[in-house]
Write a protein that binds this ligand. Structure first.
Ligand code: UDP
Ligand code: MG
Length: 318
């Protein structure tokens, strides 16, 4: 049977930790009883340098349920994406399936069962997808929508309305671990892995307690990280603009010459207007071109795995 690890990043979550632990233990117990996961399945709480009593509470939970609640303490606050990565990579060698979920239980724990079922049906990554955003504030809703739109425009492939509530199989974790990049945008990386994926749908609830650790500033930073670590499209846009302006400069040339010969111009205007357009276009073109090379260097530097093998058929195959 498969060992499930539920990975929970926690930053200043003292208000919700006990509730989260209790709820998730309930989920594990239920799945164990239904024989969908093995008895040694566990919850891994990752303390992301909390300033409150979060770690103490994790220790208490571990003491009370040593075989079900595990804890990982990071040395400082590294942010949600890194904390989650730390948890997943720690769980990688101690599980067959992982599910990542936020500590605040905004995501519906009841769909974890559907995720596990989907895994058993042959999917390596199962996305938890929010059906609607009724409980979010108007502000959060609109900014989130804008976020996905901009990401898409910039050429970043990610699942709409999916945060980091997700099941990953051991081999998906293995593949993920081969990405050494430091500009992390997890939900954009999953489609790169390439294994079979599925989605399960749920309604997102309000936080059980405490307040959001994702203010607008962090959200904007995440969006920028997402774009800048997945796409060199902004550079292509500059290059495109360069070509466009150079084209316009030829029109300007035509216009200026016509004006010159029809005699409607002040002395010096013709050469000035042509130079402005042409040089401007040339400069953008040059910057875009240099950018293209930087884009290539960027892609090389990431050193992403070039492929993941799903199956190999040889005479050794059983
Ligand atoms: N989190 C973290 N490190 C941080 C900020 C947040 O580990 O620096 C965790 C947090 O404890 C929670 C999850 O990331 O489990 C999502 O945060 P939150 O619920 O505050 O975000 P929101 O749901 O409001 O977008
Ligand atoms: Mg939340």
């Amino acid at each position: 049977m498969d060992r499930l690890a539920i990975v929970v990043p926690c930053y200043n979550e003292e208000e919700v930790l006990k509730i989260a632990s209790e709820t998730l233990r309930g989920v594990l117990g239920d799945l164990i009883e239904k024989e969908k996961i093995s008895k040694d399945s566990y919850i891994l709480f990752v303390n992301d340098g909390s300033k409150d009593r979060t770690w103490q509470l994790i220790e208490e939970e571990h003491a009370a349920y040593p075989s079900m609640v595990f804890g990982l303490k990071l040395a400082g606050n590294v942010g949600h994406q890194f904390a989650l990565t730390a948890g997943l990579l720690t769980a990688k060698d101690m599980c067959d399936i992982s599910v990542s979920i936020d500590a605040d239980l905004q995501d519906d724990v009841n769909v974890i069962e559907s995720m596990v079922d989907s895994f058993h049906a042959g999917n390596d990554i199962v996305y938890g997808v929010r059906r609607e955003r009724k409980t979010d504030t108007f502000f959060k809703r609109t900014t989130a929508l804008a976020f996905y739109k901009v990401m898409k425009l910039m050429g970043v492939n990610s699942v709409y309305n999916h945060a980091d509530f997700r099941l990953m199989s051991k081999r998906a974790l293995q593949a993920f671990s081969e990405y050494g990049e430091n500009n992390l945008y997890l939900r954009g990386m999953m489609p790169l892995i390439g294994y079979r994926t599925d989605s399960v749908y749920y309604d997102r609830k309000e936080r059980v307690a405490g307040e959001s650790k994702y203010p607008l500033k962090k959200m904007l930073a995440l969006a920028f990280d997402g774009i800048s670590s997945f796409s060199v499209k902004p550079i292509s846009m500059i290059l495109g603009m360069g070509f466009f302006i150079v084209f316009v400069s030829f029109l300007a040339l035509l216009y200026a010459l016509i004006s010159y010969f029809t005699g409607h111009v002040v002395a010096g205007w013709t050469s000035l207007i042509i130079s402005i357009w042409f040089l401007g276009g040339l400069q953008l073109l040059a910057i875009g071109l240099v950018g293209k090379y930087i884009g290539k260097i960027y892609v090389e530097v990431k050193h992403r795995p070039r492929y993941h093998i799903e199956k190999l058929l040889t005479d050794q195959t059983e």
